[in-house]
Write a protein that binds this ligand. Structure first.
Ligand code: CTP
Ligand SMILES: C[C@](O)(CO)[C@H](O)COP(=O)(O)O
Length: 398
């Protein structure tokens, strides 16, 4: 049995002889969603900004272990609502009249192209990465693995009146993805007669052991109309992307009668030297934003070798970084700048600097901190040879 490893990389060789199993996600989306009502099948409906199917595809697309996605849909799936592929290759195949038939269509399309397959309901858009991780990890030791939650409420039998209580010990609420070694589950589905509740039933009928791994409440299946609101709340909560960037810069003193710091001209008996106006505070903040975006640094976007930036006002650089963040859907929620110098004194200028940074970052002034420190006469700032600056920014994409 080829062992699943935690060291998955999308750029691994596709060589079937590789030590790493090739893992595919099979997303079944050929159902009619009758219990959810609303006309349009539930997987094509909008949920917190994108279709249910797009959320589900994205959950597997961004999981680093998944090499390939097969999406199973009905022939009449609305073309304009089909999910877009991301970095992971995705193919679409036509499903059947039952869930089992749709799974079989997807498995057949994957034959020979994967070692492990994770079979997932499109109607579970909030599947957390750690649930996918747990299924994959368990496949190292078992031919099948599936997430589930222990039943915690009392269970009754009855209709209108309670007729009895059912022992809940050892009962589980089954979820997906249900993961298997592909050849084994393909053979199991091919041999199965009837309409299985899920792939675990098929696997067990073929004598395959299926390990139970921890499921998650966020992995709910949208089944009835009320599930849409619950799923939207989960996705809005879990899809937040919060980033921190840091920056550091130094400029040396030279001749002059002021220094530019955080966009404010501060009178001083020397100036700061640099290719631009040498505003060490703005440069540091700009680098922090590029860092949070993982888009290089100020030199990447404004090369010092380019004469057009000679003497440039540094707010141009900061505004570019702020525009990049906005274009990527990020809001800057906080910036903290520390200026390191013996002189000039920063305290009397800090309010003006915060106000200018609020304009440039386009956020409220109470989200901006400007502070200063000395190095106790130690080092190059202590000897008053230059000014150093540190910055930290927080970016949030909701
Ligand atoms: N012929 C079918 C039937 C179901 N499914 C998929 O299997 C999963 C099972 O979830 P379920 O809630 O039963 O979906 P539906 O069958 O669409 O819903 P309903 O039973 O309410 O019609 C869903 O992802 C559904 O799209 C499928 O691919 N092909
Ligand atoms: C596979 C499944 O999601 C496990 O919980 C479920 O059985 C499929 O949906 P259905 O509501 O039982 O049709």
């Amino acid at each position: 049995m080829r062992r699943a490893s935690s060291a998955y990389h999308r750029d691994m060789t596709q060589d079937p002889a590789s030590d790493h199993p090739r893992i595919a996600a099979l997303i079944v989306a050929a159902g009619r969603g009758l219990r959810a009502g609303g006309g349009l099948a539930k997987q094509w409906r909008n949920l917190a900004g994108k279709t249910v199917a797009q959320w589900t595809v994205d959950a597997f697309d961004r999981h680093p272990a998944i090499r390939r996605i097969v999406l199973v849909t009905a022939d009449d799936a609305p073309p304009e609502l089909l999910p877009q592929a991301g970095a992971t290759p995705m193919t679409r195949v036509t499903g059947g009249a039952t869930r089992g038939a749709s799974v079989m269509a997807g498995l057949s399309a994957l034959d020979g192209l994967a070692d492990l397959v994770l079979i997932h309901d499109v109607a579970r858009p909030g599947v957390p990465p750690k649930v996918i991780d747990a299924v994959i990890a368990a496949l190292a030791d078992h031919p099948g693995a599936a997430p589930a939650l222990a039943v915690t409420d009392a269970l009754w039998r009855g209709a209108g009146l309670v007729e009895g209580t059912v022992a809940r010990d050892g009962l589980w609420r089954a979820q997906t993805p249900q993961g298997f070694h592909l050849p084994a589950i393909l053979a199991a589905h091919a041999a199965f007669v009837g309409d299985p509740a899920d792939d675990v039933e098929v696997a067990r009928a073929a004598g395959l052991d299926v390990a139970i791994v921890p499921g998650h409440e966020d992995n709910l299946k949208i089944t009835t109309p009320g599930d849409f609101d619950r799923a939207a709340r989960i996705l809005e909560r879990t899809d937040m992307d919060i980033r921190t960037g840091n920056g550091f810069d130094v400029h040396r003193f030279g001749p002059g009668d002021h220094v530019m710091l955080c966009g404010v001209a501060v009178p001083h008996d020397r100036g700061l030297q640099g290719h631009s106006d040498a505003d060490v505070g703005l440069h540091t903040l700009t680098d922090a934003i590029y860092g949070a975006l993982a888009e290089g640094d100020i030199g990447t976007h404004f090369p010092p070798s380019d004469p057009q930036w000679k003497g440039a006002q540094s707010h141009i650089f900061l505004s570019h970084a702020v525009d990049r963040a906005a274009a990527r859907g990020f809001a800057i929620t906080h910036a903290d700048v520390t200026l390191i110098c013996e002189k000039p004194k920063i305290g009397p200028q800090a309010a003006a600097m915060r106000a200018r940074l609020a304009e440039l970052l386009r956020i409220e002034v109470d989200r901006i901190s400007v502070k200063a420190t000395t190095t106790e006469k130690l080092g190059f700032t202590g000897r008053e040879e230059g000014i150093a600056a540190l910055a930290t920014v927080t970016l949030v994409k909701a």
